[in-house]
Each structure stands twice: as structure tokens, then as C-alpha cells.
Design a protein around this ligand. Structure first.
Ligand SMILES: NC(=O)c1ccc[n+]([C@@H]2O[C@H](COP(=O)([O-])OP(=O)(O)OC[C@H]3O[C@@H](n4cnc5c(N)ncnc54)[C@H](OP(=O)(O)O)[C@@H]3O)[C@@H](O)[C@H]2O)c1
Length: 248
């Protein structure tokens, strides 16, 4: 059990003194988030990773976690019974140069959903009770601006982000009255392995992590971390919605 952080809030949850758990925290945005949490004096930072032996970052504790395995998720939740802040970050994608008529689309979507949607639900269902037992806290779901538009080449990924955005909205409504803030992070491309092959402008993961934690501490329920995600959301209700012509 940790200190009841929810009772000490001024606006949103304060990171200092929290006990954080970041799924997929061994590289990319998850690692940037774990480092930012350390820098802001979280009292403990766990990263849930598939290969804990390979992880060696001072001040960050690696925990065995595969978000597609209920057994693994349950074991991590038992081990980390002091968590007050969960960051559901682990994610994957698939490329479909043949577009939406690719015969592999369904099997690929099943693999992507198992991580990006069901992985988030599994981890949340295991760790939200821990956060509640510890007096409340927060859950940050790493979504994407692709919750609000889709590219044929990335269709299963976009579908998964729309689904996890929707789950996040249900989760917020469910847990907010019980002292758990739920926040969705939307951002365009970030400079990580996931977007390595894409020649597009990319945000710095460390800056996105800092913006996210600023917004969490301000009590926000959604982070639009870059101009593209703000534009995509802003035009959802306009006649020239970005989602209607994302190819320009
Ligand atoms: N990069 C972007 O442009 C961008 C934009 C918007 C949102 N996002 C989102 O940001 C999040 C992080 O992505 P990233 O860009 O940092 O990608 P990344 O560099 O490819 O990292 C993905 C992370 O997820 C982990 N992971 C994948 N499957 C897992 C599983 N079954 N169990 C546990 N961990 C698993 C990976 O672990 P391993 O090292 O073991 O593979 C890795 O740590 C994702 O949710 C992604 O959708 C990314």
C-alpha cells in the first residue's frame, strides 16, 4: 500500500511521490515516460517489459510483463501492489501496402487488437483495483490521433486506437467518481521505432511525456500533444474533416 495520493491533489494527480507503472517501458515513448516520471520524483517507477533481464536503467524497476498474457498481467499486478499511476503504453502496428482489401487484414487486426486494445483492458482490470486500494490515482492511456482518422496502410492500427479511445471514455466515466483520473493521450507521429520507416514530421517522445504529465497534474482528461492531433480533433465536426481526406 502507498500513501493515498488522491487525497493530496490540488488539481490533478501530482507525480511527485506517486508509484508509476509504464507498460512497454523498455524503449520508445514508454522509456521516455519512465525517465520523465523519475525526473519528476515519482517515488517508484516500474516498467512492464517482456525481457526484464535486458533492462538496466538506474532508478527504474523492470517487471516481467506481456500484455497479451492474462497470467503475466496478473503476476505483475500482484508484484506491484503499491501502484498509484498506470501508463498503458505498450503498442504495436502492422503495415498493409495492399490496403483495406488485404486478405491478411483480419488476422493482422486480431494481433494488433490483442496488444493495443485487449492488452490495455487486461492491464487496467488488473491494476485499477490496486490503484483503488491505494486511495486513488490515475491511468494514462497512450492512444493516438489515429483514433480519429485512418490510413489504408495502417488500418488495423487505426481501428485499434479508435477502439481503445472508446474504452478510455467508458473507463473515465466509471472510475472518476471513485478517485481515479483517466486521461487519453493523442499525438501524431513520434520519433520511435514504431514510426522508423515513415518519412514524416515526428514529435520528440520526451517532450510529449513532459506535456502529458503537465496536463495530468492540471487535472486534464485528454492531451492533444501536437498541432496535428489538435487539427484532427478540431475538424471532426466540420465539413472538411481531416478524417475525410487524410491523404490530402
Ligand atoms: N511512434 C509514434 O508515432 C506513435 C504515435 C502515437 C501513438 N503512439 C503509441 O505510443 C505507444 C508506444 O509506442 P512507441 O512509438 O514507443 O513504439 P515502440 O518504440 O515500437 O515501442 C513499443 C513498446 O511496446 C512494447 N510491447 C509491444 N507488445 C507488447 C506486449 N505484448 N507486452 C508488453 N509490451 C509490449 C514493446 O516491447 P518490446 O521491446 O518487447 O517489443 C515496446 O516497449 C504505443 O501505444 C503507440 O501506439 C506512437
Amino acid at each position: 500500500m502507498s500513501a493515498p495520493v488522491a487525497l493530496n491533489r490540488e488539481n490533478g494527480m501530482q507525480v511527485e511521490g506517486s508509484v508509476a507503472f509504464v507498460t512497454g517501458g523498455n524503449r520508445g515513448f514508454g522509456l521516455a515516460m519512465a525517465e520523465e516520471l523519475r525526473a519528476r520524483k515519482a517515488s517508484k517507477v516500474y516498467v512492464g517489459v517482456r525481457d526484464p533481464e535486458a533492462f538496466d536503467h538506474p532508478g527504474i524497476t523492470a517487471v516481467d510483463l506481456d500484455v497479451t498474457s492474462p497470467t503475466s498481467v496478473a503476476a505483475a499486478a500482484r508484484q506491484c501492489d503499491d501502484v498509484t499511476l498506470l501508463v498503458n503504453n505498450a503498442g504495436t502496428g502492422s503495415a498493409h501496402p495492399k490496403g483495406t482489401l488485404d486478405p491478411d487484414l483480419i488476422s493482422s487486426a486480431e494481433r494488433v487488437f490483442d496488444v493495443n486494445v485487449y492488452g490495455v483492458i487486461r492491464t487496467t482490470q488488473a491494476l485499477a483495483p490496486v490503484i483503488l486500494d491505494n486511495g486513488g490515482g490515475a491511468i494514462v492511456n497512450v492512444v493516438s490521433d489515429e483514433a480519429w482518422y485512418a490510413l489504408p496502410v495502417l488500418a488495423p492500427y487505426s481501428m485499434s486506437k479508435a477502439a481503445v479511445w472508446n474504452f478510455t471514455n467508458a473507463l473515465r466515466t466509471d472510475l472518476r467518481p471513485r478517485g481515479v483520473d483517466v486521461l487519453s493521450l493523442h499525438v501524431g507521429f513520434m520519433d520511435t521505432d514504431l514510426s522508423r520507416d515513415l518519412d514524416v514530421p515526428k514529435a520528440d517522445p520526451g517532450e510529449v511525456a513532459a506535456t502529458t504529465l503537465d496536463r495530468l497534474e492540471q487535472g486534464a482528461e485528454e492531451v492533444l500533444a501536437d498541432e496535428k492531433s489538435r487539427r484532427v480533433k478540431r475538424t471532426l465536426s466540420t465539413d472538411d474533416g481531416y478524417y475525410l481526406h487524410p491523404d490530402g
